[in-house]
Design a protein. Sequence first.
Length: 252
Amino acid sequence: MQTYAIGDIHGQYDLMIRAFELISEDRARDGSADTPVVVLGDLCDRGPKSAQVIAYLYEAQKRGENIVVIKGNHDRMFATFLIDPFARDPRLRAELTWLHPRLGGPKTLESYGLREPGTRPVNQVHAEALEAVPLAHRNWHAALPLYYRRDEALFVHAGIAPGVPLEDQSEDDLLWIRSSFLTDPRDHGMLIVHGHTALDVPTHYGNRLNLDSSAGYGGPVTAAVIEGRDAWLLTPEGRKKMEPQLQAETTS
């Protein structure tokens, strides 16, 4: 049983389209037209075309394409801002807000046509955002699922709290967790396919697979195919086997 996955997008619409093209090319060779595509969240922020990314995925699902889109922490921050511009994500550092350039919220609002959203009164920016972002897209984006399980893999944005049953996992951990998950070598009972922690190269760690290849920082958007606990990176030259390695990521 195969599943395609796409790592963090961060408003990089053109790179996302290339990832879907690689999947289409692999489908043509492999004949797996019904294989689902799981997008691992962080559709928005930092890149220039968040609005286009959200519209594309919304319309693709509406057409009935077999695409599962998982909620990322940046997706939650965007959705929260649209509901209450002064609300804070509980996992966000105290000195930051979603409109801080480091988080990339202004880039998302600029993609919807707002002018200088990071420097004007928040109430004014919020009112303009509600006018600019289609209600159907807002509702869809806010309601994205937190995870998707298929065969021997669990697809989730950030990871899981090790040792905690899936039904007891907190939304904050599924969207934000890093150190305690990234440094844990134990088998989680399934391959955890995730993003959230940016890498130079997507990496298979045996118990988990990180597909965040730093699209939010100038890197590519990664497409991969998972079968059981094995994974292949999709490249213009075809599939490249991702051999598990045991070294954990640094989390500084």
